[in-house]
Write a new protein. Structure first.
Length: 272
């Protein structure tokens, strides 16, 4: 998950390929003029590249915001604020609640967490990774309902929840994937392929795992992971977009589109 000093909400706009494959001029012309060719190339360039559009940003009130999670049931956003050291058991971390247009509804909605990172919503609960545990928060009351220890965890990071309500958490230091199901946590996946696992995403049948250099996938029945997208560079956050595309961020400040059959596309560079 990406640490930054301002929380931004960004929208992906996929331009349609209206200019591609169309002949310029009259149908009877044998060939395009150089001017028409240049215009066609310019149109294709403009229409084929997706864009990220900045919609709003909060004031600088967040304290090392690590991730943002949308709650569709309540139409709000939750922001995990580490505030202190990302591995310190200091109780200084907290969760903020925002409206979808950027209003800070409650800056310190839930407090007493050490270093909250990844989050996921299911069944009226917000699940949050917290160094070596998964914290379960009752959304209605804003109170911590349970804390589930992850045996051997060192840097619990992202969370993803499938349709069955099974919670998966990555640990980029221990190189493990944990699973929380029916109130029990286990180290569900360990593999030589898990190199700094971070961003997670669930599909109907698979858990998608962002590691350093690729996206892996593994079925919920377990087994060995396989590479789904290669040559990705570092992966922090990972989300599905549409038509086989994923969007991913990295620690250095880039956002790319990924596809298993195409080269990654840079759509935002915040390093300049």
């Amino acid at each position: 998950m990406k640490k930054s000093q301002i929380t931004w909400i960004l929208m992906i706009v996929f331009a349609s390929f209206l200019g591609c494959g169309q002949q310029s001029g009259n149908s009877g012309e044998a060939e395009e003029t150089e001017e028409n060719k240049a215009q066609s190339a310019e149109m294709e360039s403009k229409t084929s590249k997706p864009e990220l559009i900045s919609k709003w940003s909060t004031d600088r009130v967040m304290k090392v915001p690590e991730s943002v999670c949308y709650d569709p049931g309540n139409e709000v956003l939750y922001v995990a604020n580490i505030q202190g050291n990302p591995t310190a058991k200091d109780g200084e971390g907290f969760i903020s609640m925002l409206s979808t247009d950027g209003e800070v509804l409650d800056l310190e909605w839930v407090t007493g967490i050490d270093a909250p990172k990844g989050m996921g919503v299911h069944g009226g609960m917000l699940y949050v990774t917290n160094i070596d545990e998964i914290v379960e928060i009752d959304i209605a009351s804003g109170e911590v309902a349970n804390r589930y220890a992850c045996p051997g965890a060192q840097f619990a990071n992202d969370i993803a929840i499938n349709d069955a309500g099974v919670v998966f958490a990555s640990d980029m230091s221990a190189n493990k994937i944990y699973r929380l199901e029916n109130g029990q946590v286990e180290a569900w996946l360990e593999s030589d392929m898990l190199k700094s696992p971070n961003g997670l995403f669930t599909t109907a049948d698979h858990l998608m795992i962002g590691i350093d250099g690729s996206v892996l996938k593994v079925g919920y029945e377990g087994g060995s992971p396989e590479t789904h997208v290669s040559n990705t560079g570092g992966i922090d956050g990972l989300e599905f977009v549409k038509d086989g595309y994923y969007i991913k961020s990295d620690w250095t400040g880039h956002i790319h589109l990924l596809h298993p059959e195409k080269e990654k596309q840079l759509i935002l560079d915040t390093t300049d």
